[in-house]
Design a protein around this ligand. Structure first.
Ligand code: PLP
Length: 314
């Protein structure tokens, strides 16, 4: 059968495949520790679920504005200000069906065939496939363990060409856990501004950060880089809401208007109920996030200790 070129070369999501297999094995009674999808093994907190149930009961079950309900966009704008020190107006924000959808929309919006998108490697598996679906070419920076798997200024500069359209920056990173510090982000910002490429800053793991690391949004580093950055985030990881499918992006108004247009003709609004739940998550008590993080921290310490022991035995 003839399929469109756009999809025939696309690899299925290995992460989702591994996750499905792990879930099946666990159901069969096997003792499985699943390192597939980045999915917190906590239930969505009750105060979030309650708002969703209320939304259903009150009949908030119809189409909403395609790019998201105004209350949620306002809450997202406040979150950016409060947590990241970045000013976005609600008109610069689009709510989508997860951060994955937001990233897909952005790449479809800014890339043309022949464009190049730089991705530090190791990377989250969906990035290169999304770049390809947008007709562009993924250019990888092979990062090194000695540099904590971060792309430095020299490595990034060596990959920039006249066709560079964007860099996908994922800090904190999946899968490496690396967190870019202020100096490293400033160096990336300098190159972005000098060579005029977009920085797609995927900050979905911002709340799951440990030790002395601090999350910094590259868009907060000044007007020049702010104008070139599209910041992506969502509620999946921070609030254990992977199944609700709510993510969001914010950036230059012209780009985000086009993203909203694209979404209005493809998926329309993300679920009305999910949006109410996300609103409760962003505006509600954040003790649930800290509780989850404390548990992850314990497991992280345990795993670190065991890996070090294993290394010592060799
Ligand atoms: C780095 C990264 N970005 C984005 C996503 C997408 O998150 P979601 O679509 O659930 O909001 C994931 C999910 O695993 C991820 O690991």
């Amino acid at each position: 059968m003839r399929l469109a070129k756009r999809v025939s070369g696309i690899a299925p999501s290995a992460t989702l495949e591994i996750t499905a297999r792990a879930k099946k094995m666990a159901k069969e009674g096997r003792d499985i520790v699943n390192f597939g999808a980045g999915e917190p093994d906590f239930d969505t907190p009750d105060h979030i679920k309650d708002e969703a149930i209320k939304a259903i009961k009150e009949g908030f079950t119809k189409y909403t504005p395609s790019s998201g309900i105004p209350e949620l966009k306002s809450a997202i704008a406040q979150k950016f200000k409060r947590d990241n020190g970045v000013d976005y107006s609600p008109s610069q924000i689009v709510v989508s069906n997860g951060a994955k959808h937001a990233l897909y929309n952005i790449l479809q919006t800014i890339c043309e065939s022949g464009d190049e998108v730089i991705i530090p490697s190791p990377y989250w598996l969906s990035y290169p496939e999304m770049v390809r679906m947008a007709g562009a070419k993924a250019i990888f920076i092979k990062t090194k363990i000695g540099n904590n798997f971060k792309a430095d200024e020299k490595e990034l500069a060596s990959k920039i060409t006249g066709r560079t359209r964007a860099l996908i920056l994922n800090s904190p990173s999946n899968p490496t856990g690396s967190v870019y510090n202020m100096d490293e982000l400033k160096a990336i910002a300098r190159l972005g501004v000098k060579y005029k490429f977009f920085v797609i800053s995927d900050e979905i793991y911002e709340k799951l950060i440990y030790d002395e690391n601090k999350h910094i949004s590259i868009a907060s580093l000044g007007k020049d880089i702010y104008d070139l950055t599209i910041t992506v985030n969502g509620v999946s990881k921070s609030y254990s809401m992977t199944g609700w499918r709510i993510g969001y992006a914010a950036g230059p108004k012209e780009v985000m208007d086009a993203v909203a247009n694209l979404q209005s003709h493809s998926t329309s609004n993300p679920s009305s109920i999910g949006q109410k739940a996300a609103l409760a998550a962003l505006t509600g008590d954040h003790a649930c996030v800290e509780k989850m993080k404390a548990e992850f921290e314990k497991r992280r310490a345990f795993m670190n200790m065991r890996l070090r022991m294993k290394r010592a035995w060799r």
